[in-house]
Design a protein around this ligand. Sequence first.
Ligand SMILES: [Fe+2]
Ligand SMILES: [Fe+2]
Length: 123
Amino acid sequence: MPMKKTSEIIWQDTQHQLLFELIDQLKENQIDPGIFAKLNSYAENHFSLEEEYMRVLNYPDAEEHIEAHNKFRTELEIMVAEQHTYDENLRRSLSLFLTEWLTRHVLGIDKDFERFVMESEYK
Ligand SMILES: [Fe+2]
Ligand SMILES: [Fe+2]
């Protein structure tokens, strides 16, 4: 497994950065036609890595956490399926969706998980 620095887990932090960047772009009204591809790859790579750690470390709250990831995956799929053009409405709902995710998940239960990993044998 990748090494981490002392204050946070490097891979998790680096991958979360991508989300911060995407939200910044959305807020600055930058239209990125590749945003769904980036979000898909974020969801695929990042969630599966977190989930892999949860399995290896027998994380007690894994089920609830994976459920939240799956909800994100589903909502993203719906947004991709419904998108016809990247317009102001889509930009706004995507911005809202990701900001909520950031607050509730990345700064919420991901932090709990981070603390658990820090206390584990993989710290
Ligand atoms: Fe995360
Ligand atoms: Fe997570």
